[in-house]
Design a protein. Structure first.
Length: 330
C-alpha cells in the first residue's frame, strides 16, 4: 500500500511515526509480496537562512522523529542536545538569539548547507541526510525552490510589517495579530521531483494533524499540488489538528483567525472541502470530544468519524492512523 502524507513538523512527524508502526504490523515486508511505502511531503515554508546555514525546521522534525533521534518531550530538535554554539553566538550579539540552534542540530544544518552549496537540490540533500537516519519513509520537501512564509502584521504607524514566520511564531508566540500570510517565492516554485507522482500514485493521501494554514496550506499552495490532491485517484483522509475548539499544541488558532476560519474541527474540514463538492477530502477524523459534528459533516458530503486523536505514544498514534484509514475502507 502506498501512503502519501502532507506534513508539517511535530504533528505530521508523530502521526507518520504511528502510521509507520501500523503498516509494519499490518504489512510486514515480504508478507505475500505486500509492502507499505510511505512518502512524506514536508512543508518547507518555515525554512530560513540563519547564521549562513539553511534551517528546515519541519523536515528536520520529521527526520529526527522517524529516525529515533528527536527530543521527545519537546517534539522537535535532537535529544541529548547542548547549546554551546548558540550561547557563544549570543555573546557576539548577532542573529536571532530567540531561535534555538542546538549543537547537534547545527551539524545537520551545516551538512545540508554544504550539499546545497555543492549544487544539489533540497530534495536530493534531504535524501542524503536521511541515509543516516533510516526514517522508513521517503521524505520529500514540498519544493526545491525557497518558499518562505512571512506574516503581515500591523506596524506602529498605520503601516504594515512583514515578519518571517519563525519570528512571528517563536519570538512573538503568534501574539501579534496576523493580517495575512505571504509565501515569498511561491509564484516561481514548482513541486519537488516526486511530489506530484506521490500524490497521484498513492492508494491513500493523508492530511495528518498538522497546521492547516501554515503547514498543509503552504504545501497545497505550491502550484500544481492542490490540483493533484483534488484529482488523485487515491482516497484522501485527514485527522483534525483542532480538538475541542483549540489546537492541541501550538497556536494554529492564530493562523486560522488570520484567514477567517473558525478554530474548530468542522470548520477546518469545510475549509478543505468534501471531494463530493469539488474539495479535497473524502474523509475527516475528529476527536471524540467533537463527536457531535460528525452528522453535520456527513450531511455535507464527508465521510466522518470520531475517535480519540491524542498522539500520546506510538501504539496510540498507530490506532489513530488505523481509525483514519478505516474511514476510507483501508
Ligand atoms: P509544527 O510544524 O511543529 O507546528 O507542526 P504541524 O504543522 O504538524 O502542526 C501541529 C498541529 O497538530 C497543531 O495544530 C496541533 O494542534 C496538532 N496536534 C499536535 N499534537 C496533536 C495530537 O496529539 N492530536 C491531534 N489531533 N492534533 C495534534
Ligand atoms: Ca512548522
Amino acid at each position: 500500500m502506498k501512503v502519501t502524507v502532507l506534513a508539517g513538523g511535530v504533528g505530521g512527524a508523530r502521526f507518520t511515526r504511528g502510521l509507520r508502526h501500523l503498516l509494519a504490523q499490518r504489512l510486514p515486508d515480504g508478507a505475500g509480496g505486500t509492502t507499505a511505502e510511505i512518502t512524506v511531503v514536508v512543508n518547507t515554508g518555515d525554512d530560513m537562512w540563519l547564521h549562513g546555514v539553511r534551517v528546515c525546521p519541519d523536515l528536520d522534525t520529521v527526520m529526527y522523529t522517524l529516525g529515533g533521534a528527536v527530543h521527545e518531550d519537546q517534539g522537535w530538535g535532537r535529544r541529548d542536545e547542548s547549546r554551546r554554539v548558540s550561547d557563544d553566538l549570543a555573546a557576539y550579539d548577532v542573529g536571532w538569539d530567540w531561535f534555538t540552534l542546538g549543537d547537534l542540530d547545527l551539524a545537520t544544518h551545516l551538512a545540508r548547507t554544504q550539499l546545497l552549496r555543492a549544487g544539489l537540490p533540497l530534495s536530493e540533500v534531504t535524501a542524503r541526510l536521511c541515509e543516516r537516519w533510516h526514517p522508513g519513509a521517503r521524505l520529500l520537501p514540498m519544493s526545491d525552490q525557497e518558499v518562505e512564509t512571512h506574516v503581515v502584521v500591523a506596524g506602529d504607524h498605520g503601516d504594515e510589517r512583514l515578519l518571517h514566520f519563525e519570528e512571528w511564531w517563536v519570538r512573538h508566540r503568534a501574539a501579534l495579530p496576523a493580517l495575512r500570510f505571504e509565501q515569498v517565492g511561491l509564484a516561481g516554485a514548482t513541486p519537488a521531483p516526486g511530489v506530484l507522482d506521490a500524490i497521484a500514485g498513492a492508494d491513500v493521501v493523508v492530511l495528518p494533524p498538522s497546521n492547516p494554514v501554515v503547514s498543509v496550506g503552504t504545501i497545497l499552495a505550491i502550484p500544481g499540488v492542490r490540483a493533484a490532491v483534488a484529482s488523485t485517484s487515491a482516497a484522501v483522509v485527514g485527522v483534525s489538528p483542532i480538538v475541542g475548539g483549540a489546537p492541541v499544541r501550538g497556536m494554529a488558532d492564530a493562523c486560522l483567525l488570520a484567514i477567517g476560519v473558525e478554530t474548530s474541527a468542522a470548520a477546518v474540514a469545510r475549509r478543505y472541502g468534501p471531494r463530493s463538492a469539488g474539495g479535497l477530502l473524502d474523509a475527516w477524523l475528529v476527536d471524540e470530544v467533537d463527536a457531535d459534528v460528525v452528522d453535520g459533516l456527513v450531511a455535507d458530503g464527508f465521510r466522518a468519524g470520531a475517535a480519540s486523536t491524542l498522539m500520546t505514544d506510538v501504539p496510540t498514534t498507530a490506532r489513530i492512523a488505523a481509525d483514519a484509514l478505516a474511514l476510507v475502507g483501508l
